[in-house]
Design a protein around this ligand. Structure first.
Ligand code: FES
Ligand code: FES
Length: 160
């Protein structure tokens, strides 16, 4: 059976792109294989690990749970688009400062989940961060450094 293909136009890391893709292609695979965003990690492909997390119109989503055609007309941000080349996003600075990353497979997803969380939440506690990032798994560091990094990034941002 032939899988239908659709032409989509979306923004990936602030670049507007148009591609003709299979209606079955998951956003994670589109970003990696068509758009070269290999910082988006394909871990479990089943909504469990969070390694594939990206921002869709500013909201953190697991890109293995989204069809690429569903991103048509929307803005996707991957870890590659968080900061200018050679620079670190403020959350990434805190990850480095708090030793929150080791192997890096999970780190892009954690960064995007944290950025999404910080964009929509004020007055975060450690419990909030643990609850909100529970969908992102890391088998290397434990989670304490990650929680400390997100809280430090929250404390550092400008008051509203
Ligand atoms: S690859 Fe998407 S949650 Fe694991
Ligand atoms: S640093 Fe997260 S899985 Fe290794």
């Amino acid at each position: 059976m032939t899988v239908p293909r659709t032409t989509v136009t979306l923004t990936v890391d602030e670049e507007t792109v148009t591609d003709r893709i299979s209606d079955r292609t998951l956003l994670v695979h589109y970003l990696r294989e068509v758009r070269g965003r290999t910082g988006v990690k394909a871990g479990c492909d089943s909504a469990t690990c969070g390694a594939c997390t990206v921002l869709l119109d500013g909201t953190a989503v697991k890109s293995c749970t989204v069809l690429a055609v569903q991103a048509d007309g929307h803005a996707v941000t991957t870890v590659a688009g968080l900061a200018a080349p050679g620079e670190l996003h403020p959350v990434a600075v805190q990850f480095r400062r708090h030793h929150a990353a080791q192997c890096g497979f999970c780190t892009p997803g954690f960064l995007l989940a944290a950025v999404g969380l910080l964009a929509r939440t004020r007055d975060l506690t450690g419990a909030d961060v643990r609850r909100e990032l529970a969908g992102n798994l890391c088998r290397c560091t434990g989670y304490q450094g990650i929680v400390e990094a997100v809280l430090a990034a929250a404390a550092e941002r400008e008051p509203r």
